[in-house]
Design a protein around this ligand. Structure first.
Ligand code: ADP
Length: 658
């Protein structure tokens, strides 16, 4: 018996568990349902059967002279009362019936919905044309209001609005309950995420290849750990440090490592989170962030994407609404940074990849006056980053870290972290015991060019065109001296591309005009090969043409590589022209630039075509091999070209191929 009783008591508790809002809502719903159920029995209600049309009324009721009187209600409805004498008439018998025996229904017995009062009266007059006035059907008029409907009509929407408001209120309040400040009453609260030092276990151990940057921030760690050592000598520690670098180079990581090393709490917020739709919210959030930070000294505040609020003020006045808000936020940030003294223990780190667009006021001494530049890692640094991210993986014996680093030029730390994870996933998918070299190479390919799409159906004709296209790129790249060495060529569709060539860029700081031109030639070689072999060109070159066009414009407009345009550059490092619609040069110069770009691209195309014409046999051989094997490597191309071609003697980074 006991379990049974328990069951009952549990069931009884269920309604209690409901929130008052839910109970209220269900109460409203029950009332509405009850009302609808009993509506037909409410006073004044007549069932739908008694509704008749004018024609029926005229032909069957007026003609029988059975109408005693008509009452028009609210100018909308005519209630028809039948003479009691007709109660026994078989036609009217039904309408006189009541539930109580022996009693006649006093009426109204019928109802007609009238279009307008005038037309109804006119129709009545016509129907009783030949009847003396004294015998005409008397018509009365009344106005009734159904109090229930009236009250219900305005109360129900009100209750509904009230209920919805309550739900919204609860939801927002629930979301903003703790710290993220999304409640409608918490607008001005900062959304910063606070990471207590016990939770953050990131230290300098986890940061690789950023030795110089590390060295600079170590001072901050020392200060946070032991401020007396600095204050004793009267030294002032910088309040704000700006980390500048491309995405994924470890700016956030470095800031977290500083907090982790110093064992202090860490507030992290993105600049874009300050800027809201409503003016003033951003400023309030900045104020709140610093208030919170001051309560937790010593601590680190990290503002990511500082350029979201810190852009030079007064720019882009067209979009003044958003601008006002951003300016307000920026001003508040400046005020807050001035507001605490140097050695108060709050250190603001900020990250951006566009230091050039920041407001000069932000970079003034006392604010973000120390800048640390993080760059994309070089070969040695990539090796170090690989070492960090390979640590948690179970690896094969044949992993060659310098080789992996050589295969990933231009990759950021985040990309490398991603490759390591991707390689582990690939290995897990093939149920391997350890992550192998091939998994890493697949992961690199996947990140560079997208996932292989072997299921994509490509007809042999199309495959042939793709093979020639890629063979064209491969051949020209191999023959030209200044193009990066090719590693492999594939015609397996990946992501959006149908074929791809992998190059191994040399890590150089400067590129000369010849390099640019040869690069354009190799970019156009795919289309040139199609042109030579098929006498026609395809849409496959879209991506190449886009890149070639951009590069050609860069050469002419930015680098001053064109004789006719001269050594001028229209590059704008301040980023102020981002929003301007006007071009920085005259119409005539514009036309000249377009013309010169066209000449440049055409000459590169012709050069590419010539080169391929002269090596048509090799082109066909490469394309055939590619058609057969789908993926070919540098060695295959070298074997086809046979003789020691020009490029063999140039220096290459990471000579190994796979
Ligand atoms: P940023 O803030 O510059 O955009 P993050 O600091 O968020 O980049 O980097 C993203 C991830 O990339 C990090 O969590 C880390 O795993 C990896 N990473 C980036 N740079 C490095 C580095 N120098 N050493 C180790 N890991 C790195």
């Amino acid at each position: 018996m006991k379990p049974h009783r328990q069951e009952i008591s549990q069931k009884k508790q269920i309604p209690k568990n409901q929130s008052p809002q839910k109970q209220f809502f269900w109460a409203v719903v029950y009332i509405a349902i009850l009302f609808m159920l009993f509506f037909p029995y409410l006073p004044g209600f007549n069932n739908a059967e008694s509704k008749i049309s004018w024609q029926q009324f005229e032909s069957e009721i007026i003609s029988r002279k059975a109408v005693e009187r008509i009452n028009i209600v609210n100018k909308e409805e005519a209630e028809i009362f039948i003479k009691p004498d007709f109660a026994s008439d078989p036609y009217f018998k039904k309408v006189f019936d009541t539930k109580i025996k022996g009693q006649l229904n006093p009426g109204p017995h019928y109802k007609i919905t009238i279009g307008s009062l005038e037309s109804f009266e006119r129709k009545m007059d016509e129907a009783q044309k030949n009847i003396p006035i004294t015998q005409k059907i008397p018509i009365t008029y009344s106005n009734t209001s159904n109090w229930f409907w009236n009250i219900f009509g305005w109360l129900f929407p009100l209750l509904l609005i009230f209920y919805l408001w309550r739900i919204m209120f609860r939801k927002y309040a629930g979301m903003g309950g703790q710290s993220n400040g999304n409640s409608i009453f918490n607008f001005g609260k900062s959304n910063a995420l606070m990471v207590a030092h016990e939770e953050s276990r990131i230290t300098f151990e986890d940061v690789a290849g950023l030795e110089e940057a590390e060295l600079e921030v170590r001072e901050i760690v020392e200060f946070l750990k032991n401020p007396k050592q600095f204050t004793r000598l009267g030294a002032k520690i910088p309040k704000g440090i700006l980390l500048v670098g491309p995405p994924g180079t470890g700016k956030t990581l470095l800031a977290k490592a500083v907090a982790g090393e110093a064992k202090v709490p860490f507030f992290i917020i993105s600049g874009s989170e300050f800027v809201e739709m409503f003016v003033g919210v951003g400023a309030a959030r900045v104020r709140d962030l610093f208030k919170q930070a001051k309560e937790k000294v010593p601590c680190i505040v990290f503002i990511d994407e500082l350029d979201a609020i810190g852009r030079t003020r007064g720019k882009g006045a067209f979009f003044s609404g958003a601008n006002d808000e951003r300016e307000g936020t920026l001003n508040q940030l400046l005020t807050e940074m001035d507001g605490f003294s140097s050695n108060s223990g709050v250190i603001v780190l900020a990250a951006t990849n566009r230091a050039d667009v920041l407001d000069p006021a932000l970079l003034r001494p006392g604010r973000f006056d120390r800048h640390i530049y993080l760059e994309l890692p070089n070969l040695r640094e990539r090796e170090a980053i690989f070492n960090v991210h390979l640590r948690p993986l179970v690896l094969d014996n044949n992993i060659d870290i310098p080789f992996l680093a050589a295969q990933t030029p231009g990759f950021s730390g985040a990309d490398i972290a991603n490759i390591c994870n991707e390689a582990a996933l690939i290995a897990a998918r093939r149920k391997a015991d350890a992550v192998g070299k091939m998994d890493f190479l697949d992961a690199i390919d996947r990140i560079v060019a997208g996932l292989e799409k072997k299921s994509k159906i490509i007809s042999p004709e199309e495959k042939k065109i793709i093979a020639y296209h890629e063979a064209g790129h491969a051949l020209v790249s191999t023959l030209l001296k200044h193009v990066d060495p090719i590693v492999k060529v594939s015609i397996i569709p990946r992501g959006k591309t149908l074929g791809a060539s992998w190059y191994l860029p040399e890590e150089k700081q400067l590129r000369n005009k010849t390099t640019f031109i040869e690069h354009l030639c190799s970019g156009l070689a795919g289309r040139a090969a199609e042109d030579i072999m098929f006498g026609d060109v395809s849409t496959g070159a879209l991506d190449d043409l886009e890149k070639v066009t951009k590069e050609a414009y860069t050469m002419v407009v930015y680098y001053g590589f064109n004789k006719k345009i001269g050594n001028v550059s229209f590059y704008d490092s301040s980023g102020q022209r981002d929003m301007s619609i006007q071009k920085p040069y005259s119409e005539e110069t514009g036309r000249m630039i377009d013309e010169e770009v066209r000449i440049l691209v055409n000459s590169c195309y012709e050069r590419s075509k010539n080169l391929l014409e002269r090596n048509k046999e090799s082109l066909s051989k490469i394309a055939d091999l590619l058609f057969k094997k789908e993926v070919i490597y540098k060695d295959d191309i070298d074997r086809i070209l046979g003789k020691k071609h020009e490029k063999n003697n140039i220096h290459r980074v990471g000579e190994k191929t796979y």
